[in-house]
Design a protein around this ligand. Structure first.
Ligand code: KIV
Ligand code: ZN
Length: 515
């Protein structure tokens, strides 16, 4: 009999806490659907009480996810738990995840509470959560720096109150693998069959995955993790690394299995990178661009003779098709649709038609179209958020000779508006002109450009992070084009549309009146 380790994905909650990774509701829904396809057991969809946007995203995710459990985080306070329950109301399978800090440093300085009060709050929170669902998780925040006797005491109390999963986070990523392992051993021996032991490791010392694996070896049966290791500060344990370590070293993890369909790992990683704009480093294990690339002659020779000389996993196992050349300008709609299906996209006829038009336009300019080009095309062009502003045209002046300037044409509310402006550079001129037309002012926090695949005619992917109208959070926009300036304009307008889609309807400015 194999022992199941539940995979609890928190890309949409802890992952979203990565600087610059905020996502809009439609983007979160796309990721949640893909996480379900990947076989994630529990999707932490957000923190319902944190903002109306989080609340709405959880509620909408409950409508489309029917196999995975959908979870909301909640502090151990009544209003958070009630909000979580409201957001999860329509979920087929729901979990409330409540937490309070248990380390002396957090209790004394952050909560300013005595340990007895912390236990009382934890018990009350779990009891209230249990009135909404039988599936309640309790986390001891900063458990990594908490005292074991106190952890045993609070865990006993919350089990009594009805908690079914007990999570031990190494919130600040302080512990070493042996320490985490022996902590989990002692706690899971103490808890026994009364609840599922879970771990949640942060990566501040680069040990999140190693720590999580040691915990599994010592009795943890739920691991909390994120795609591409996204998360607060240095991130969380990377889902793909944990799952592939358990699979590849089944000689060590003899009786352990996860429910993950590993062939969905690469597509999921690409989708998350495309949406958040945060690319895994090239040498990142499992999903980095170089993870399966063999550069040196000796390695290539060995690989040709026998793949196992230098490869412990097959690229196919994670759903990576080695970026083979697929389509060109003569490919028809049928071949295009087949290829999208092979890549795992399930699109409506309208979306396929829209994507095919984009593909044709791209194939006119770019000779070779790779799988990664297609993935990007779909991820960045097919969006369900309302396109309040749409780029129609862009003209830029040769900035080597004089003042950089841009003329931009935008469609908005059925009107086509053209304006021109100057800037410190061409991109600045484009963005300032868009601001003037839209009457929203953006503060550019981050701008990145990179080539999607290979070749001089590679697609440029531009990702911008913009704070509009002095709002608290920045939004991400993506633009894709052979032309970097065009990609930049699309990215900026994409960010603007995303920002507007998150505003309550009565706050939207009818900006172009009178322009
Ligand atoms: O790192 C942490 O402690 C958390 C908890 C809220 C589970 O993210
Ligand atoms: Zn965390």
């Amino acid at each position: 009999m194999k022992n199941r380790v539940y995979i609890f994905d928190t890309t949409l909650r802890d992952g979203e806490q990565s600087p610059g990774a905020s996502m809009n509701t439609e983007e979160k829904i796309k990721i949640a659907v893909q996480l379900q396809k990947l076989g994630v057991d529990i999707i932490e969809a957000g923190f319902a009480a944190a903002s109306p946007g989080d609340f709405d995203a959880i509620r909408r995710i409950c409508e489309v996810v029917d196999k995975s459990t959908v979870c909301s985080l909640a502090r151990a306070v009544d209003k958070d738990i009630v909000k979580a329950a409201e957001a999860l109301h329509d979920a087929r399978k729901k979990r409330i995840h409540t937490f309070i800090a248990t380390s002396p440093i957090h209790m004394r300085h952050k909560l300013k509470m005595e340990p007895e009060e912390v236990i009382r709050r934890a018990v009350e929170a779990v009891e209230l959560a249990c009135t909404f669902t039988d599936d309640v998780e309790f986390s001891c925040e900063d458990a990594g720096r908490s005292e074991i006797p106190f952890l045993k005491e609070i865990l006993d109390a919350v089990i009594e109150a009805g908690a079914t999963t007990l999570n031990i986070p190494d919130t600040v990523g302080y512990r070493l693998p042996q320490e985490m392992g022996s902590m989990i051993k002692e706690l899971s021996d103490h808890v026994g069959e009364r609840a599922v032991m879970s771990v949640h490791c942060h990566n501040d010392l680069g040990l999140a995955v190693a720590n999580s694996l040691f915990c599994v070896m010592n009795g943890a049966r739920q691991v909390e993790c994120t795609i591409n290791g996204l998360g607060e500060r240095a991130g969380n344990a990377a889902l793909e690394e944990i799952v592939m370590a358990i699979k590849t070293r089944s000689d060590i993890f003899e009786n352990i299995e996860t429910g993950i369909n590993t062939k969905e790992i690469y597509p999921t990683s690409r989708l998350v990178a495309a949406i958040t704009g945060i690319e895994p480093q090239p040498n990142k294990a499992i999903v980095g661009k170089n993870a399966f690339a063999h550069e040196s002659g000796i390695h290539q020779d060995g690989m040709l003779k026998c793949q196992e000389t230098y490869e412990i996993m097959r690229a196919e196992d994670i759903g990576l098709d080695k970026n083979r050349l697929v389509l060109g300008k003569h490919s028809g709609r049928h071949a295009f649709k087949d290829r999208l299906e092979a890549l795992g996209f399930e699109l409506s006829q309208e979306e396929i038609d829209k994507a095919f038009d984009r593909f044709k336009a791209l194939a006119d300019k770019k000779k070779e179209i790779f799988d990664d080009d297609l993935r990007m095309l779909i991820a960045s062009e097919i969006t369900n958020i309302p396109q309040a502003f749409e780029l129609v045209g862009l003209q830029i002046a040769d900035c080597s000779a004089g003042v950089p300037s841009a003329a931009v044409t935008i469609r908005h509310n059925g009107d086509t508006i053209t304006d021109a402006g100057i800037g410190d550079g061409t991109i600045d001129a484009i963005f300032k002109t868009i601001d003037r037309i839209s009457k929203h002012s953006g503060l550019l926090k981050d701008y990145r450009v990179e080539a999607v695949s290979q070749g001089k005619d590679a697609l440029a992917k531009v990702v911008v992070n913009v704070q509009f109208d002095n709002s608290k959070t920045a939004v991400i926009g993506h633009g894709l084009s052979i032309d970097t300036m065009l990609a930049s304009a699309k990215a900026y307008i994409g960010a603007l549309n995303s920002y507007l889609s998150m505003l309550p309807a009565d706050c939207r400015i009818e900006s172009c009146e009178g322009v």
